[in-house]
Design a protein around this ligand. Structure first.
Ligand code: GMH
Ligand code: CA
Length: 160
């Protein structure tokens, strides 16, 4: 033993090196395919993917569609995510509804999981609960938010 030129440890090191190369190739390929699948109807921000199907409907219909697809309505939690939402709104020239509402308690906007929102980008003067019936949140092409009646129809935007 010892004169084969490759100890068992060295054999394992060679196998790890091969696997490292394969993993790198797979990461590179996956990175490309992620871009392919989101073009032109989605955006990637960190770990999150925003995607629209072009469907339009009221808040309940949009919420159901996103859940059915294994995601949820877009809920931007920082400026970078909101910018991605804005890009979709601008590209389609159609406002979206977010996964945020104050249905439970007027004036307390929450995510669909019931937590109070930790980020917002309200248009000046909003939310104004116009006519006392605005519990949902739409995003304008400016990226700014407006509270709007949940029965209105808007573009779907899910996050995964
Ligand atoms: C009112 C006014 C407008 C505002 C709308 C909007 C409706 O009509 O305050 O300036 O843009 O409400 O908040 O959702
Ligand atoms: Ca409003």
């Amino acid at each position: 033993k010892g004169d084969s030129g490759l100890t068992e440890v060295n054999l394992l090191k060679r196998q790890v090196s091969v696997l490292e190369g394969q993993l790198k190739a797979l990461e590179s390929s996956f990175s490309k395919y992620k871009k392919v699948i989101v073009f032109p109807n989605g955006r990637i921000v960190g770990e999150k993917i925003f995607m629209t199907s072009g469907y339009e409907g009221n808040f309940d219909a949009l919420k159901q569609k996103c859940l059915q697809a294994g995601g949820q309505l877009a809920s931007p939690r920082n400026a970078a995510e909101n910018a991605a939402v804005q890009q979709i709104v601008t590209s389609y020239n159609k406002a979206v509804f977010l996964g945020i509402n104050d249905i439970q308690t007027e004036g307390q906007f929450k995510y669909l999981n019931g937590q109070n929102i930790a980020y917002s980008n309200w248009q000046t003067g909003e939310p104004n609960n116009d006519n006392g019936v605005e519990d949902c949140v739409e995003v304008y092409s400016s990226g700014k938010w407006n509270d709007k009646a949940c029965g209105e129809r808007r573009l779907i935007l899910c996050e995964f």
